[in-house]
Each structure stands twice: as C-alpha cells, then as structure tokens.
Write a protein of this length. Sequence first.
Length: 90
Amino acid sequence: MIPKIKRTLTAILPVDKNRTGECNGCGDCCKLPFRCTFLKDTSDGKYACSIYKVRPPNCRKFPRSHSQWKTVKVNCGYRFPDIKITVEVP
C-alpha cells in the first residue's frame, strides 16, 4: 500500500524528460500493488481503463521516473535509457 500512496503523492512531479514510448495496454501499472477496479480486459488480450478520460495524475504520468518503470519494464511500452554512473578517480 505504501508504494501506491507514494505514487499518488509524487504525481505532482514532472515526468522524466528521458522517457520515450507510449502505453501499449499491458495493464501492469494498473495492478500495483493490487488490481485497479477501473481496469477492464479487452477482446484482444490487452487492458483498458474504463475512466481513461478522467483518470488521476498518478495514472496519467506512470511511469513518471526510471525507478517507477523498473517495476513494470518487462511489458511496459515506455522506455528509459540505461542509467550509467561514472566515477571520477582523482
């Protein structure tokens, strides 16, 4: 439940500018940590939001960051570039 609350509270933050792609209807984001009551199965085996036009910001922006995307990256249509950390040695 804590991840869902955190996702809702951080929805006011902007979407990472490095995010690419688009929603492919996998529905994984709507199952975190439990299935959303507005998530409906479609005839082609994908999912659709029954309140898509009025969905809240935490749904509109997901995945907002690389860390959120890591929880759904297997099926999600969005992508974030790999994070490479470089350390300068003096």
